[in-house]
Design a protein around this ligand. Structure first.
Ligand SMILES: *[C@@H]1O[C@H](CO)[C@@H](O)[C@H](O)[C@H]1NC(C)=O
Ligand SMILES: *[C@@H]1O[C@H](CO)[C@@H](O)[C@H](O)[C@H]1NC(C)=O
Ligand SMILES: *[C@@H]1O[C@H](CO)[C@@H](O)[C@H](O)[C@H]1NC(C)=O
Ligand SMILES: *[C@@H]1O[C@H](CO)[C@@H](O)[C@H](O)[C@H]1NC(C)=O
Ligand SMILES: *[C@@H]1O[C@H](CO)[C@@H](O)[C@H](O)[C@H]1NC(C)=O
Ligand SMILES: *[C@@H]1O[C@H](CO)[C@@H](O)[C@H](O)[C@H]1NC(C)=O
Ligand SMILES: *[C@@H]1O[C@H](CO)[C@@H](O)[C@H](O)[C@H]1NC(C)=O
Ligand SMILES: CC(=O)N[C@H]1CO[C@H](CO)[C@@H](O)[C@@H]1O
Length: 498
């Protein structure tokens, strides 16, 4: 029951296409979610056409009003001051790059924007060059600008001025200039390469910046992706379709010329796993981002619940569920390989003794995010050993508890990447720094070895060293007498809130 609409303009022809796809790009126009349940594609087409004509009438009548507004702001909208402050007031027919950010560059192209991936890794802006300086810009649309090694793997795009007169000469320039697909909305261009493949990076470098950069378009935006991976589109389709009505464009794989009235190339990023509301249009916060997740996963979760209810009719599964509702729920995000909790089963026993309903979650690369979201959105406490999986704190409801177990040598990363952002999201964050005796390296090296006694002397040597010793080789055996304290605190806190 999924359909999307877009305009295709080839030469002078104007065509409306309505596609049905089994994917997750639930695009209903202007909040028409209600009718999509009953309408057949043809009815939708008719509704869409009438909607379109209304839009045209509306846009004509409001045109002068709109113009009056934009004359003041010298642009289409006030978003640039948030996304690319140095490009505030970018006028039609120009390309402007804001390279002042530490983490990313963002360029804005206004006017007649056309992709040209086939020949030149370029995005063209057709304009009357006149007295403009014809300087093309280069940009790598990924948010780890300061990490030169990973940036070397990211595709560089050329943002190029083209003379407007060229665009009307059909079939010249091998026809590359002719619009195959025309969108009456802006494009946001970004990369799903770099460190994508690690869930922390996927959210931190990609999904959250995408929210920051595009949420103010109210889904009227097309995502154009370089280093496109279909697995990424599958994994994050639920979220992407909450941010855009349109299926994403594979910049390199789709050789057609896609045309836009505006493009933002590169993503704006604020800080680790967070949204700084003072830098957002409309003061949006990380909780608004979380609401996007909630809307994204709800349809799938509702489906899962219905399936289970059908199954439960015949079984006594119900009792377990009732049990769960009386007790606060604690989720252990379990790792396998390194940074394991060696006595996890004892931890489960202890937590149950204290009064929790306990669920152990072992997410891997193939675990559906909706299922993880469902588990965490209904929990009161999440426990895990520092690592990328801690990114899932984003799935916890505000005012619930996140206990991060911090192995030796990982304090800085644990606090920077997860502790601080969790607090910003309104979680009750408890850090549990393990004692040497709780560390598996203690048995291996003894208490006097510098690895145990002086982790700083190794971590200061850099990330590789930290990784080899403390991230890849360390496991945790909790001193449960000591761990009982934060666990009881979490229990009391949860009981007060139930
Ligand atoms: C911006 O410029 C393009 C051509 O460069 C033109 O087609 C378009 O109408 C202009 N838009 C506005 C709002 O002036
Ligand atoms: C502008 O620059 C681009 C590439 O730098 C070049 O291909 C194009 O011909 C130039 N256009 C004009 C009118 O100079
Ligand atoms: C574009 O074409 C028009 C007429 O074809 C001409 O008058 C104008 O000078 C051209 N502009 C440029 C920048 O070449
Ligand atoms: C956003 O916050 C600022 C400062 O806190 C306030 O002045 C402004 O009115 C707020 N804007 C909105 C749309 O809530
Ligand atoms: C998450 O939990 C809240 C509060 O319990 C609930 O209202 C919401 O529907 C849940 N979200 C999803 C997607 O299940
Ligand atoms: C429940 O039991 C009925 C008959 O006892 C059976 O027809 C039905 O398929 C069962 N439903 C499920 C979901 O197992
Ligand atoms: C843990 O990972 C190993 C391989 O690294 C695998 O053989 C084992 O089955 C895994 N255990 C669990 C409980 O997933
Ligand atoms: C299940 C498991 O590995 N339990 C271990 C927890 O840690 C204690 C030592 O603190 C071991 O004795 C247990 O075997």
């Amino acid at each position: 029951m999924v359909q999307y609409q877009r305009l295709i303009r080839k030469g002078e022809k104007l065509r409306v296409s309505v596609n049905e796809k089994g994917g997750s790009f639930a695009g209903t126009v202007a909040g028409g979610g209600g009718f999509s349940k009953i309408a057949k594609p043809k009815i939708i087409l008719v509704l869409f056409l009438s909607f379109l004509s209304c839009c045209y009438i509306f846009s004509f009548s409001s045109f002068s009003l709109l113009n009056a507004f934009s004359r003041g702001a010298q642009g289409f909208g006030p978003y640039e001051q948030f996304i690319a402050p140095l490009c505030s007031g970018t006028s039609n027919g120009t390309i402007c790059c804001d390279r002042s950010g530490f983490r990313s560059d963002v360029c804005i192209m206004k006017g007649d924007v056309r992709t040209n991936s086939a020949a030149s890794s370029s995005v063209f802006l057709f304009t009357s060059l006149g007295k403009k300086t014809n300087i093309s810009q280069k940009i790598k649309p990924y948010t780890r600008k300061w990490e030169t090694s990973v940036m070397q793997t990211v595709q560089q795009l050329n943002l190029v001025y083209r003379d407007r007169n060229d665009s009307s000469v059909s079939e010249s320039d091998d026809g590359h200039n002719i619009c195959d697909v025309f969108y009456d909305v802006p494009a946001v261009v970004f990369s799903t390469g770099g460190y994508t493949g690690n869930v922390y990076h996927e959210f931190n470098d990609g999904i959250i910046p995408l929210f920051i950069t595009s949420q103010h378009f109210n889904k009227k935006v097309v995502f154009v992706i370089v280093e496109y991976h279909s697995w990424w589109v599958m994994k994050y389709g639920d979220i992407v379709s909450q941010l855009s009505y349109y299926p994403p464009v594979d910049f390199n794989g789709d050789k057609r010329t896609h045309c836009f009235k505006e493009a933002i190339v590169g993503l704006k990023i604020h800080d680790e796993l967070t949204v700084d509301s003072s830098l957002m249009l409309g003061n949006k916060t990380i909780l608004d981002f979380r609401n996007v997740l909630d809307r994204a996963y709800w349809p799938r979760i509702r489906g899962l619940i219905q399936e289970e209810e059908l199954e439960a009719v015949n079984k006594t599964v119900k009792r377990v569920r009732e049990d769960r509702f009386k007790k606060p729920k604690l989720v252990i995000l379990s790792r396998n390989g390194s940074r394991e909790i060696l006595n996890e089963s004892l931890l489960v026993e202890l937590a149950e003794e204290i009064g929790f309903f306990v669920e152990v979650l072992r997410p891997d690369k193939t675990t559906e995010l909706a299922k993880i979201y469902r588990c965490l959105n209904s929990s009161n406490v999440m426990i895990g050993v520092h690592g990328a999986a801690m990114t899932h704190f984003l799935f916890l409801k505000p005012k619930t508890v996140f206990i991060q177990i911090i192995p030796i040598g990982t304090e800085w990363a644990a606090e920077t990447y997860y502790g601080k952002p969790a607090k910003k999201m309104g979680l009750k964050y408890i850090s549990y720094k393990i004692k040497p005796k709780e560390c598996s390296l203690y048995d291996e090296y003894g208490k006097n070895d510098p690895i145990i006694r002086d982790p700083k002397s190794f971590t200061q040597k850099g990330w590789d060293c930290t990784k080899k010793i403390y991230l890849e080789r360390q496991n945790v055996k909790l001193d449960l007498k000591r761990f009982k304290k934060p666990l009881s605190r979490a229990y009391d806190f949860s009981m007060k809130r139930i």
